[in-house]
Design a protein around this ligand. Sequence first.
Ligand SMILES: Cc1cc2nc3c(=O)[nH]c(=O)nc-3n(C[C@H](O)[C@H](O)[C@H](O)COP(=O)(O)OP(=O)(O)OC[C@H]3O[C@@H](n4cnc5c(N)ncnc54)[C@H](O)[C@@H]3O)c2cc1C
Length: 427
Amino acid sequence: MVQADIVIVGGGAAGLMAACAAARILRKPGAVLVVEGNQKLGRKLLATGNGRCNLSNLAAAPEHYHGDAAAVASLLSSYTPEAILGAFRDMGLVTRADEQGRVYPRSGQAAAVLDALRSCAAEYGAVFRIGAPVTAVRREKVGFRLDCADGETIETGACILACGGAASPKHSCGVDGYALAKALGHTVMPLYPALTQLVCAGKTAKALSGVRCAACATLLADGKAVYAESGDVQFTDTGLSGICIFGLSIYAAEFFATGRIDGKAYRALAVALDCMPEWSFAQVREYLSEICRRHPQRLAGELLAGILNLRIGRALVQAAGIDPALAANRIPVAALQRLTRIVKEWSFTVTGTKGFLDAQITAGGVPLVEIDGRTMESRKAKQLYIVGEMLNVHGDCGGYNLHFAWASGLAAGKAAADAVQRKGGRR
Ligand SMILES: Cc1cc2nc3c(=O)[nH]c(=O)nc-3n(C[C@H](O)[C@H](O)[C@H](O)COP(=O)(O)OP(=O)(O)OC[C@H]3O[C@@H](n4cnc5c(N)ncnc54)[C@H](O)[C@@H]3O)c2cc1C
């Protein structure tokens, strides 16, 4: 039998931050125990930001969150980007922001973030139990009793569930954290994958697989624009990818899971790519006329080579129904008009999103009505806390999800340790 004042189930982003916050207050060896089912702490954290860990965003605020975002507004106003970066600075981790406000460790290595959290928690007396997931959590008369996969039992006064979500299961230990929450009386809103690629009908994307284009992508629901984002769009074997596409996928994933976007029912989705967002329709049209005038023998397939990737330019010419071998001076005016429209509004029918295997985050989870949004304490069980991706809050791409993991972990770690101090500890 193992005992601790506070047990944190899950040694990922939120769990490790909770451990630092709690151990820093209690400062007693072994008072805080982190149980991680994987053989290593923070496996997903190491994969974030392509190994560089986009750990926050200077614009982090409720409008960048979805699900029960309103319920965590006060949490986010307490744990601003400055507060979170300050907490990392206290651990010795220096950060830097790029021009879009995305924050990374100064070293450019996710491992530096994991090391800072692990060292800081350990220095304040937290201990780690690695490689045996928690399989059950039961409420006792006082505190909780946890069973681990290796047969060990843990007794604790407070329990923080930080098991992460269903996205990218290869980084997790394979035990369903939501089931632990359900067994303690919580409900779980339907889960669906978000921040992922869009699957598109037709062969165009596949033919361009691997090619990138700076574009503005607009998500159209029944032909109406619901969300637009600019950035690099990448064509893949199955559809579209890239940071701005991930932004669209939050709404697309909601549509494919519920048939609705922001509560409104729709029937079909498409993405329109504006491949020349810096030029108006008239400017693109004028450019095409000028090329045809000055270079009458240029082949239609190369008309867009001066402004777009050659393969994308050819695909657009074909999508406009123009023979790529036609000389520029033989292209009808109506065809140039069609080509201009396609450059500005290249439409792809969206048939789905990639699943949890490829997604960065989980939408859905434990609803915030069941949680105190300032301390992350459960309203179903005293001294039970739930943090991070398990909750029905998910953020935009760009550091917002880790920001929420840190904020909720800090709040829960502090609240749990304060409660232990008030009671004089369990052991
Ligand atoms: C490839 C990829 C890249 C990403 N990049 C970014 C990025 O750059 N910026 C950003 O903001 N977000 C990013 N995200 C999202 C971000 O990683 C998550 O939002 C964040 O890790 C959630 O933190 P968490 O602590 O809730 O869950 P996790 O970090 O997933 O940690 C949960 C931990 O709990 C453990 N666990 C689960 N169940 C049990 C159990 N029963 N017993 C013991 N242990 C258990 C798991 O093994 C896991 O280690 C990325 C996600 C992916 C997949």
